[in-house]
Design a protein around this ligand. Structure first.
Ligand SMILES: O=P(O)(O)OC[C@H]1O[C@H](OP(=O)(O)OP(=O)(O)O)[C@H](O)[C@@H]1O
Ligand SMILES: O=c1cc[nH]c(=O)[nH]1
Ligand SMILES: [Mg+2]
Length: 213
């Protein structure tokens, strides 16, 4: 597994505002959107393209366009939905599939409650969107799901990751044949005893959309 922590002053600045408990939901949503576009720029460095002949007003040249099959963007509901528009701004012709997953706040085990994805993801590059990589259980299950459908290259974009979650994810992937990359805006200190990222930003879904229950 490859890990890429995006080191950029604008990313750090926006993340600081996002972390602040005084930041309201509308601002939190806007900053999430802006941050994802910056992270997506890094995360799509290896998106597959193929040559394309065009003619400029001055003459012929060869450029590139996105290769087929198109990349698949997979937001993990609920909080990952807040990252979708920012991602699609950069990859407007990508397709979107949905995974609904929730972590049991007592056991911290992830379960899947919704799925809307093609049966066959063979040959597809997949971009998984989830703001928080905490214990890593949710992302590990999502990656396993996409791999079982045939995805052959997976990049996860997260706002924050915890070291314990990255270690757990690496262990869960084992000698995974499929390349997996995690792109994050920051690697935080640790998890607390409730499985929350420290210093983190709290519950990303609640801060985006309000308290779920
Ligand atoms: O790495 P993990 O320990 O698995 O935790 C991370 C998951 O927890 C949050 O989702 P949550 O279960 O709160 O659902 P929500 O998006 O509906 O709020 C977050 O958006 C991740 O999906
Ligand atoms: O810190 C955390 C951990 C899991 N889910 C969140 O939304 N925040
Ligand atoms: Mg939540």
């Amino acid at each position: 597994m490859r890990l890429h922590v995006v080191n950029h002053p604008l990313v750090s600045h926006k993340l600081t505002v996002l972390r602040n408990q005084d930041t309201d939901s509308p601002t939190f949503r806007r900053l999430t959107d802006e941050l994802v576009t910056l992270l997506a720029y890094e995360a799509t460095r290896e998106v597959r393209v193929e040559p394309m002949d065009i003619t400029t007003p001055v003459g012929p040249t060869t450029g590139v366009h996105l290769a087929q099959p198109k990349p698949m963007v997979v937001p993990i509901l609920r909080a990952g939905l807040g990252m979708l528009d920012g991602m699609m701004r950069l990859l407007p012709t990508a397709e979107v599939g949905f995974l609904g997953m929730v972590r049991n706040e007592q056991t911290l085990a992830a379960s899947t409650y919704a799925e809307r994805l093609p049966e066959d993801l063979s040959g597809r590059q997949c971009y998984v969107l989830d703001p928080m990589l905490a214990t890593g259980g949710t992302l590990a299950a999502a990656i396993q799901f996409l791999t079982m459908r045939g995805a052959d290259d997976i990049t996860a974009i997260c706002l924050l990751a915890a070291p314990e979650g990255v270690d757990n994810l690496e262990a869960a992937l084992g000698d995974h044949a499929v390349p997996v990359t995690v792109v994050t805006a920051a690697m935080d200190e640790k998890l607390n005893d409730k499985g929350y990222i420290v210093p983190g930003l709290g519950d990303a879904g609640d801060r985006l959309y309000g308290v779920a229950h």
